[in-house]
Design a protein around this ligand. Structure first.
Ligand SMILES: [Zn+2]
Ligand SMILES: [Zn+2]
Length: 241
């Protein structure tokens, strides 16, 4: 088991662990920027001995605090535990998380499966490409992302090579969802999606942003924006019927 980090930063810091975009920074600069952000908001406790946040993995994509079920806003507490980003709405919830982390983590994983399964792009195991019947697939949440796998061996392979399989799953999501993407405009800025548009995948959902500049704002409340894209897609589907 990985150690628990003591760091607690405000939302939207560069530690969010974006994948597959040129914004990804080296661990060294992440630590430096986190330090800067942490000392600015005076909530810095200890960075020494802290593990770097996983460079590969999704931001915490649920729209509500897993403890109180209240929607996230700008006061969201972002932290890492067991190699993944987590968010709660306030310091009290963070304390409660550590008191009942097994229970809360199970609830989070259940909600992430429910959130992501409808968007899952393939009916094969992402590791060995074997087809499986829906009921035989293992729903495995790894660094906040749902992977549907055929067995424990493939789970081990995934965890050994996260970059490879996050990349493979991201590509499958883009291929499946881009042709039917429901919005002409950036969900964050409202700007028209042009040639600089960024195809960003989080929680097995494609989100198209006008440019890289919108990523920071997106990462402050990703769950909210994912829901907006999902609702737009539902509206589009009912219009087509
Ligand atoms: Zn809360
Ligand atoms: Zn497999």
């Amino acid at each position: 088991m990985k150690g628990v980090t003591m760091k607690d930063t405000m939302n939207g810091s560069p530690e969010s662990g974006q994948r597959g975009t040129p914004t990804r920074v080296s661990v060294g600069s992440v630590v430096f920027l986190s330090l800067a952000a942490a000392s600015l908001c005076l909530c810095f406790t200890s960075v020494l001995g802290q593990e770097p946040d996983p460079a590969i993995g999704d931001v915490f994509s649920l729209p509500d605090c897993p403890i109180l079920d209240t929607p996230f806003d700008d006061r969201t507490r972002v932290f890492t535990d067991k190699g993944r980003e987590l968010r709660v709405c306030c310091m009290e919830c963070k304390e409660r998380y550590y008191q009942e982390s097994f229970f809360v983590m199970s609830k989070i994983d259940e909600q992430l499966v429910a959130q992501q399964k409808p968007f899952y792009p393939v009916t094969t195991c992402i590791v060995d490409d074997k087809p499986f019947a829906d009921k035989d697939a293992i729903n495995h949440i790894f660094r906040n992302r749902l992977f549907r796998l055929c067995g424990d061996k493939c789970r081990e392979s995934l965890e050994k090579q996260p970059a490879k399989f996050f990349g493979k799953l991201d590509a499958a999501v883009v291929e499946k969802q881009k042709p039917n993407y429901p919005l002409m405009k950036c969900v964050v800025s409202g700007k028209t999606l042009g040639k600089d548009a960024l195809d960003h995948v989080v929680a097995n959902q494609l989100v198209r942003l006008a440019s890289l500049e919108q990523l920071d704002k997106f990462n402050r409340t990703p769950g909210k924006y994912l829901e907006q894209v999902r609702k737009a897609a539902e509206k589009e589907r009912s219009r087509m019927q």
